[in-house]
Design a protein around this ligand. Structure first.
Ligand SMILES: [Ca+2]
Ligand SMILES: [Ca+2]
Ligand SMILES: [Ca+2]
Length: 966
């Protein structure tokens, strides 16, 4: 049952993927020799030009290195001062054109000194660990030398007096820029540019050709003529190359040039490169001149995707009068591409995927994929409300900023199939909007939505783990100044990355309206908390403060990036936990985990403390109102926006313990969510991300009472990969697992994750009751089940009102008059029996408040022989969904029996369930079935509950959801 369902779910997309892969491979191999698929850039139809924005008079095109290479304007912190720099975001850190280097997750920057023999100065490649050194050739330009894996090639020295960090490259380069005949090719670095993923570059090799270089293989394609440097005019070359290497652009204002080349059409490259090979191209200049009067030139040209470019154009308002110069940003799309392809895209983490609202989209609630993308999430509701034709959500529960941004070939996505992007069919994933496989921002690049809503950064600070700690700790969590200060500093440290994430989305799709949605408050201080809340007053107060603070930082980051902040902080007011009766609460309390067994995220369901369906309805209204139905215009970026100062923060007004303050880095990827006592736990830390030193020792400990797990060495790449024995003496429950040591910059580094240490795989909390029948797995039970769905209140995410007792209609009230309904008091079952709980006003039951006793009908009635044989998928029976009638047709089912089948059909005593079978009631019976099926001899074939009505099969329901609920 279980396996079959998986096949069904995976089958569709797998097959589609395979077919697409075949089609693509065919197309791509065809492209290598001739242009089977003519590029829309090269056809006869004109491209489409759209003005994005006019720059204010006197404003220049954004700064770039040598007027052509992209860099990010930011601040680097040195030991003694801060400097504004324009740096390249490499995979090891930020490197500026003065060779200042700030390694990832380090606090102080240092000078990167080149290996002896190269000229000082190192060129960083975006999203790559390769750097470029250079030496002078006898003639024009520079020889380029590539050093791969820079992190393997640097030594650190820290000045003992000033503490200034210095990095020294300790070996020569790996490879030079050469043709196949091994001749060094000089390069004019003014013309150098990279694809945004760092896989390709283009550069002019003087007197030879404009080259495209593959930065994995260093293979060279001479695709266009070199500039003529002999006539005394600097070309001011503007170049660009697409991330798949297919297209390149060359432009020059003095040379009246703006051409796009389709490099899939080029001829064979000879061993010796002296001139360009033939490639098809299109001259875009006449078109641009026809659209922009008095055009002077184009610059900062970048590929947004294969069929659109962003660029800046200079033009004169008055012909020939340079003082009337204007600059504007444009989007130029090929004839096949339009500027906007879908109306609305939602992206981000669990608060926007709809974790907790259930009704998850197919394929997002499987063993491998826990994205939990809900059809009841607020973006879906917004899209329906606004009658959008094209809406998609690519949000995934658990997403961090890395899952938005990481476009590298090594990125594995959020799914658990251990495949890298290079091993996936990205085209198929993009075209089918499959979530969790590739970074989310690529969907923006591809589809350039009219509006984007984004919720991100909560997981980067481990927000859900913070809550888990508070729920299970026997002490009050985060109740000291130091605990909270570390958290605040951790949030502040993410600020630049949050800004970058927002900017990136804006940059890849300048036309999109980007709405950043904050996090709602989930609990009310001082109210009456239901049994599923598990947080004390201080902890709820802390949760409010930390959500407020995170929202403030997000708001500031949005302001700095120039995107619109949507304030939803108080959206759920009136419906928060502890604020109203539990059936009217818009947020789940602690919810027992029901994810599939292989990749449990711990015993606590991810749905815990997330907005439920009501919550998403409220958030829908809040987002519509705040964004004026997704039409609100974008604010002007405020470059001075910053997180608040630590001084005077109310959240820090706590008792001091005067312990040391650590530089914390929450890392959700470093290990699994659950560890078992007495077993080995695998731990992995990416050395590049934290600038770990190579072949150096780091120690692992588990807290809160520190237990040393041992010392472990990084490998030759600086990565840390080891297995640590979890001692049997660690108390069962949530703990912090941390790795500490010194990074490349000589700073103390602390990388941690909150994990659940379980007594054993079968019995997490070690109370002797196996998970499958332990009601709440690890939190104590109250032996109360208010809503009678067989889930103890302690871990029932939503405590509804109890099901109403069915009342037979009063005898005096005739039902439908002229049909064959007998006159006896037969109860009527409808889909909404709950609403019938109040008996109709009737003089025969005058002042009775009491509800009549439930009376199972025992009189046989005519019912169809086979009423319904639908097999209900186990997921439909997750017992905390609110009560609904299961298979309630026809409306007068009377006597029923329950049967359990295993491999050898075991039969329970047939029993009367009720006159209508609700999920709640089935749930109650399945727990009995479950107990019977959990014997050691029970087969892997899941037991099924068969519901019979007068001997006819009514429904078969798999009990797998119960058997493996924990
Ligand atoms: Ca147990
Ligand atoms: Ca319950
Ligand atoms: Ca419930």
């Amino acid at each position: 049952m279980h396996k079959r369902k998986l096949l069904r779910r995976g089958g569709g997309s797998l097959l589609t993927g395979l077919l697409l892969a075949l089609v693509l491979n065919f197309t791509m191999s065809g492209l290598k020799t001739s242009a089977d698929t003519t590029s829309p850039w090269l056809g006869v139809t004109d491209p489409v030009l759209q003005k994005d924005s006019e720059l204010a008079p006197g404003t220049a095109v954004p700064y770039s290195v040598n007027g052509n290479r992209d860099c990010t304007q930011t601040t680097m912190a040195f030991v003694t001062n801060k400097q504004d720099v324009c740096g390249v975001e490499t995979s090891f850190g930020l490197l500026d054109s003065n060779s200042n280097l700030q390694l990832n997750n380090t606090k102080s920057a240092g000078k990167l000194n080149n290996y002896n023999g190269y000229q000082q100065g190192i060129i960083g490649v975006p999203s790559s660990s390769t750097v470029i050194n250079y030496t002078s050739p006898p003639t024009a330009g520079l020889y380029l030398w590539f050093t791969k894996n820079l992190q393997d090639a640097i030594n650190t020295t820290v000045n003992p007096v000033t503490y200034q960090v210095n990095y020294q490259v300790n070996r020569g380069a790996d490879v030079g820029l050469r043709d196949k005949a091994h001749t060094l090719l000089a390069a004019q670095t003014d013309s150098l540019s990279f694809s945004s993923n760092g896989k390709w570059m283009v550069v002019d090799s003087p007197y030879r050709a404009m080259l495209r270089v593959n930065l994995d293989t260093f293979e060279v394609l001479p695709f266009a003529p070199a500039f003529n440097y002999d006539i005394g005019i600097a070309p001011g070359a503007q170049t660009a190359v697409s991330s798949d290497g297919r297209y390149a652009v060359v432009a020059s204002r003095p040379f009246n040039l703006f051409k796009i080349y389709d490099l899939s059409t080029c001829g064979v490259v000879p061993n010796s490169v002296s001139t360009p090979v033939t490639c098809q191209s299109r001259d875009l200049l006449p078109f641009m001149q026809s659209k922009i009067t008095n055009l002077q030139g184009v610059s900062a040209i970048r590929f947004l995707s294969d069929d659109s470019l962003s660029l800046y154009a200079n033009y004169y308002l008055t012909a020939g009068v340079s003082s009337t110069n204007q600059v504007a940003k444009y989007i130029l799309s090929s004839a096949g591409g339009s500027a906007q392809r879908i109306e609305y895209l939602a992206m981000g983490d669990s608060y926007i995927s709809g974790e907790g609202a259930y009704d998850y989209q197919d394929g997002t609630d499987t063993d491998n994929n826990h994205c939990h993308l809900s059809q009841k999430s607020y973006p879906h509701l917004v899209a329906v409300s606004l009658s959008f034709n094209s809406f998609h959500s690519v949000a995934c529960s658990g997403a961090t900023m890395n899952d938005i941004n990481n476009g590298s070939g090594q990125y594995k996505g959020q799914v658990r199939d251990n495949k890298t992007r290079d091993q996936r069919n990205s085209e198929s994933i993009l075209s089918s909007f499959s979530v969790g496989y590739i970074n989310q921002s690529d969907f923006v690049t591809r589809y350039r939505p009219g509006a984007v809503t984004l919720s991100i950064s909560g997981n980067d600070i481990g927000f859900s783990s913070i809550v888990k700690t508070c729920v299970t700790a026997s002490y009050t969590c985060y109740n000291t100044y130091e605990d909270r200060l570390e958290l605040i500093r951790q949030i502040n440290a993410k600020f630049p990355k949050i800004v970058e994430t927002y900017k990136k989305i804006k940059n890849v799709s300048p036309d999109s309206k980007v709405y950043v949605v904050g996090y709602p408050q989930i609990a009310f201080v001082g109210g009456n908390c239901a049994n599923n809340v598990h947080l004390n007053t201080e902890e709820i107060g802390f949760s409010q403060q930390i959500i407020s603070y995170l929202d403030l930082v997000i708001k500031q980051a949005a302001s700095k990036a120039g995107v619109y902040y949507v304030d939803t902080e108080n959206a759920l007011a009136g419906h928060r936990l502890c604020e109203t009766k539990s059936s009217d609460v818009a947020v789940n309390g602690l919810t027992a985990g029901n994810d599939k067994p292989s990749f449990l995220h711990g015993p606590m369901g991810n749905e815990s403390y997330h907005p439920n369906q009501l919550g998403h309805q409220i958030l829908e209204q809040a987002v519509l109102a705040a964004t004026q139905s997704l039409t609100q215009t974008m604010p002007t970026a405020n470059p001075n926006a910053a997180p608040p100062s630590e001084t005077g923060l109310a959240i820090l007004d706590m008792p001091h313990t005067n312990r040391g303050i650590y530089n914390l880095n929450y890392n959700n990827q470093m290990t699994g969510d659950v560890a078992y006592k007495g077993t080995l736990q695998s731990i992995y830390v990416d050395g590049l991300e934290y600038s770990l030193k190579l072949q150096s020792s780091y120690s692992a400990t588990i807290h809160s009472d520190p237990i040393n797990l041992g010392s472990f060495s990084t490998d030759a790449n600086g990565d840390l990969s080891f297995s640590a024995q979890i001692p049997s003496g660690v108390p069962t429950g949530y703990h912090t697992l941390q790795v500490t040591g010194t990074n490349f910059a000589g700073e103390l580094v602390n990388i941690y994750k909150i994990i659940y240490v379980a007594a054993s795989q079968d019995d997490y909390d070690g109370d002797g009751i196996v998970n499958s029948i332990d009601p709440c797995g690890f939190v104590g039970v109250f032996h109360q089940d208010y809503d009678q769905d067989s889930l103890d209140d302690s871990c029932d995410g939503f405590i509804d009102e109890p099901p109403a007792v069915i009342t037979p209609p009063p005898t005096t009230e005739p039902t439908s008059p002229a049909d064959e309904t007998p006159a006896d008091p037969e109860p009527t079952t409808t889909q909404n029996e709950q609403e019938q709980s109040t008996p109709p006003a009737d003089s025969s039951t005058p002042d009775s408040e009491s509800v009549p006793d439930f009376q199972p009908a025992t009189v046989p009635v005519d019912i169809p022989q086979v009423i319904n044989t639908d097999v209900q998928p186990a997921d439909n029976l997750v017992p905390n969904t609110s009560s609904q009638t299961v298979q309630a047709e026809p409306s007068s089912v009377i006597a029923t029996a329950a049967t359990i089948t295993n491999q050898e059909t075991a039969t329970l005593e047939p029993e009367v369930l009720s006159d209508s079978i609700s999920k709640n009631m089935v749930a109650a019976r399945v727990s009995t079935v479950e107990a019977a099926a959990s014997s050691p001899t029970a087969s892997r074939d899941y037991p099924k509950l068969m519901i019979l009505a007068s001997g006819s099969l009514l429904s078969i329901i798999s009990a797998a959801a119960w058997k493996f609920r924990n």
